[in-house]
Design a protein around this ligand. Structure first.
Ligand code: SF4
Length: 360
């Protein structure tokens, strides 16, 4: 598992899940049939759209026998409006197979579940772990994203090799004692915190462990060969400040946000954020700086690109020489200039922090 401890990931996720899980109808039951219906119904469907269908479906077909005996038209009539009607056909066929092969009891083993119509490895893993406590993983898109970020998986997750690796990691992470809760905690984290764009890392129980987050690269994972709507551009900026002053540089006209005053930095060609920032400050303001902790994350979407990276707190080793494109100004004066908007927020946050520190 490399640098990450499976036990720590598991413990943190389960504690977070116990405190934060959403109260959903299929989480209030231990009935394998109801859990099975939920897993079929929620494939490629948002929870908010799926919930009323789940309740309607179970009111109409309260048992596996009733579903197995129903006509396809009756099943489709309840499913109507939800889309992906193959799932309804498969669910009915699975109910028939369970009645014929398993005497009407949902089978417990992963292999028997996986042999039912329409049961991929994800659904079989979810039903086996949630309904029967079998310690197997359940890897859907949410779980793939969480693991790809947590372990900073560099491979294309649409390829079989990366999917195998993610499945192996998920299998090692899954809790032997509470596999169902663990699998749901991963899915819940992916759905509510580790979302596809702008994940809420400060609310995440894995914040201090996550390799992508520690590198400031959440937006870069999962890696996918599918082109993004707005290409990601890695950036880094420095909040260079001392004695109530802050360093600003003017963005060249013709560039994105051209003409606005900005913290030094910008697109980075070098992989290492700190080295790229030191280069940029030297080039743009002619000074060396000591680079401190990361001040904030950058995740800004423009019409044709997305900036992703970090702002670091820096201290100048000597004062910069002012020029047409370099200013070393008191913070209040900086805030009166036309600024890159999220740089204004960074400078205001610094002012807020310093006045808090003075007051305490
Ligand atoms: S720290 Fe951020 S990127 Fe990492 S798992 Fe948590 S939400 Fe996802």
């Amino acid at each position: 598992m490399g640098e990450l401890s499976a036990i720590e990931v598991r413990t943190r996720l389960l504690a977070w899940y116990d405190a934060n899980r959403r109260d959903l109808p299929w989480r209030r039951t231990a009935d394998p049939y109801r859990i099975l219906v939920a897993e079929y119904l929620l494939q490629r469907t948002r929870i908010v759209s799926g919930t009323p269908y789940y309740e309607r479906f179970l009111a109409r077909f309260p048992s596996i026998e009733e579903l197995a005996a129903a006509s396809l038209d009756d099943v489709l009539a309840v499913w109507e409006g939800l889309g992906f009607y193959g799932r309804a056909r498969n669910l009915r066929a699975a109910a028939q197979a369970i009645v014929e092969r398993h005497g009407g009891r949902v089978p417990e083993s992963f292999a028997e579940l996986a042999a039912l119509p329409g049961m991929g490895p994800y659904t079989a893993g979810a039903v086996a772990s949630i309904a029967f406590g079998v310690p197997v993983p359940a890897v859907d898109g949410n779980v793939t994203r969480v693991i790809a970020r947590l372990f900073r998986i560099p491979d294309d997750v649409t390829r079989a090799a990366a999917q195998r690796r993610i499945l192996e990691i998920a299998a090692r992470l899954v809790s032997p004692e509470r596999p169902g809760a663990f699998n749901q905690s991963m899915m819940e984290l992916g759905a509510t915190v580790c979302t596809p764009s702008s994940p809420s890392c400060t609310r995440c129980p894995l914040e201090r462990l996550c390799l992508a987050h520690l590198a400031g690269e959440e937006d870069w994972f999962p890696v996918s060969r599918r082109p993004r709507a707005s290409p990601l551009v890695p950036v880094v900026f420095g909040l260079v400040a001392a004695d109530g002053r802050v360093l600003l540089v003017r963005r060249p006209s013709g560039q994105l946000l051209g003409g606005l005053w900005s913290l030094p930095g910008g697109d980075r060609a070098r992989k290492d954020e700190r080295a790229a920032l030191a280069d940029a400050v030297r080039r743009q303001a002619g000074i060396e700086v000591d680079i401190g902790a990361r001040w904030s994350r950058v995740s800004q979407t423009f019409s044709h690109r997305k900036w992703s990276g970090s702002i670091y707190r820096c201290t100048p080793r000597r004062m910069p020489e002012p020029s047409d494109s370099v200013r070393w100004v008191p913070r209040e004066e900086a805030l009166r200039l036309p600024l890159v908007p999220f740089h204004r927020e960074a400078i205001e946050a610094l002012a807020g922090l310093e006045s808090f520190e003075r007051a305490n």
